[in-house]
Design a protein around this ligand. Structure first.
Ligand code: GRF
Length: 200
């Protein structure tokens, strides 16, 4: 059976769509089994549901300031769906140590910069302001530090003369849609490798 993957997102959901699309291929090594959004109106939920994937909003508002309680509710849905790996794809909330700890080594995030450069927001504007010749995106394991954690894959794009934030963001996003499914595939394949090869 393929490992069951949940995608957490907050909005547009283009990376979630890319993951679902890639996972339609019979030889893709993971199943996108669940999509959760903290925003009930997220377009991502509609797309996932139309694909026959369990899609659920877990709004933060119901939990007030208790972020860990919100995450416990999300985690309960992960558990109910037999999830083994979580992908953060445009999830716009900073996680508490609770959820990070629960999914340590099994939670991936995509970030629109060549980490360790430009963690946080406004990555494209910051790369342009710094006069970078190269920019890109990163998939990494999630740790307690924002946009930190072991890097699993990166893709770079050139910054071209005349670029502005939208043109650069679009060039990076096209690479995100290739990088995330490819990195998730490589990640789940190595998850199932035997820990050690027996010696004769
Ligand atoms: C992407 O740029 C991703 O790298 C960042 O948030 C954005 C989400 O876009 N973490 P989408 O919702 O996947 O279209």
């Amino acid at each position: 059976m393929k490992p069951r993957v949940a995608v957490l997102c907050s909005g547009r959901g283009s990376n979630m769509t890319a993951l679902i699309t890639a996972a339609r291929a019979p030889d893709y090594p993971a199943e996108i089994a669940l999509v959760i959004s903290d925003k009930p109106a997220a377009p991502a939920l509609g797309f996932a549901a139309a694909e026959g994937i369990a899609a659920q909003a877990v709004p933060a508002a119901a939990f007030g300031r208790d972020r860990a309680a919100h995450e416990r509710a999300i985690d309960a849905v992960f558990v109910a769906h037999g999830i083994e790996v979580v992908c953060l794809a445009g999830y716009m909330r900073i996680l508490t140590p609770y959820l990070v700890g629960r999914w340590a080594g099994r939670m991936l995030n995509i970030h629109p910069s060549l980490l360790p450069k430009y963690p946080g927001l406004d990555t494209h504007a910051r790369a342009l302001a710094a006069g970078e010749a190269e920019h890109g995106c990163t998939v990494h394991l999630v740790t307690a530090v924002l946009d930190d954690g072991p890097i699993l894959g990166q893709a770079s794009v050139p910054v071209l003369p005349g670029d502005d934030e939208p043109t650069l963001a679009a060039r990076v996003l096209a690479q995100e849609h290739i990088l995330f499914p490819a990195t998730l595939a490589a990640f789940v394949r190595q998850m199932h490798l035997p820990e050690s090869t027996p010696t004769p």
